[in-house]
Design a protein. Structure first.
Length: 278
């Protein structure tokens, strides 16, 4: 909803996008109504965007590039910056590090890791969170989460290791169909050459050890070949660069991975839960 107070929360990238859009619109001699008609929006929507009453959306940037960009790619380049501003505050510092990663070591024991979520699964999670987001905010968060998947096909290739607790696979999110789609997608991801996906079974603790008892873990190797740890819980986050601490996290991750099923058995379990015939 377009509100005056929205101006206070609009980030610099969205402000720049609005200013450039207005300048290029005026240069082309278009009214707000004319530009809106070409983009599939009302003139009021264009006015709200330019006045920062309704921050520019990812979809709107696509149309602005088509109508006003003139082949410059200027609005296309703004898209990741605007998306970054709309991510949860605790995630903004980590997101650029993740996208530039050389390698990732991930462990998730509550829900499917964000990088591996389908759109429907992500939407069910986000819409069902507390406090409940508005439909518009939910859309922004889903778009931001799906944009992270560019990492899978990026050049240079990023090596990704993910260990999922078996409880994650069995926890129904959204609906049975949404969960089945999510499991099928996990199986597809597991077959990627740059992905190693393993499942930590429910009986991993029967031997008296359970390395995954401390919760989710994200370890990143940067282009400079430094390693950092990112932790997130209850809307709070921690980015750890201390080498000794990150080394401990890496060793703990190795323990988690050692207690997990091997990749072939892990894929088989995921396919069985998804009802996929092999």
């Amino acid at each position: 909803m377009a509100r005056e107070e929205n101006k206070e929360t609009v980030g610099p990238a969205a402000r720049m996008a609005a200013a450039v859009a207005k300048r290029m619109r005026v240069k082309k001699g278009l009214t707000q109504e004319q530009l809106g008609a070409q983009m599939g929006y009302s003139g009021a929507a264009i006015s709200a965007m330019e006045r920062l009453l309704h921050p520019v959306s990812d979809e709107m940037l696509v149309h602005l590039e088509r109508i006003l960009g003139g082949g410059t790619g200027i609005f296309e380049e703004m898209r990741p910056l605007v998306r970054l501003e709309k991510l949860p505050e605790q995630f903004r510092g980590y997101a650029p590090i993740e996208q530039k990663a050389v390698a990732l070591w991930l462990y998730a024991n509550h829900v499917v890791h964000g990088l591996f979520q389908t759109e429907a699964y992500a939407r069910a999670l986000i819409a069902g969170s507390y406090p409940e987001p508005t439909a518009e905010r939910a859309d922004e968060l889903v778009i931001g989460r799906m944009a992270r998947k560019a990492l899978f096909d990026r050049t240079p290739v990023c090596g990704i290791e993910l260990v999922l607790d078996e409880s994650v696979l069995r926890r129904q999110i959204g609906s049975e169909e949404i969960m089945r789609e999510q499991l099928v997608y996990l199986a597809e991801c597991a077959r990627r050459r740059n992905v190693n996906l393993q499942v930590l079974p429910l009986d991993a603790g029967l031997g008296g050890e359970y390395a995954g008892d401390r919760g989710d873990l994200n370890i990143v190797e940067t282009p400079a070949h430094d390693r950092v740890t990112f932790l997130e819980i209850q809307g709070e986050s921690l980015l750890i660069t201390d080498r000794a601490k990150v080394s401990t996290h890496m060793q703990r991750y190795a323990k988690i991975r050692a207690q997990a099923l091997d990749p072939r058995r892990s894929l088989g379990l995921i396919e069985d839960l998804a009802g996929v015939r092999r």
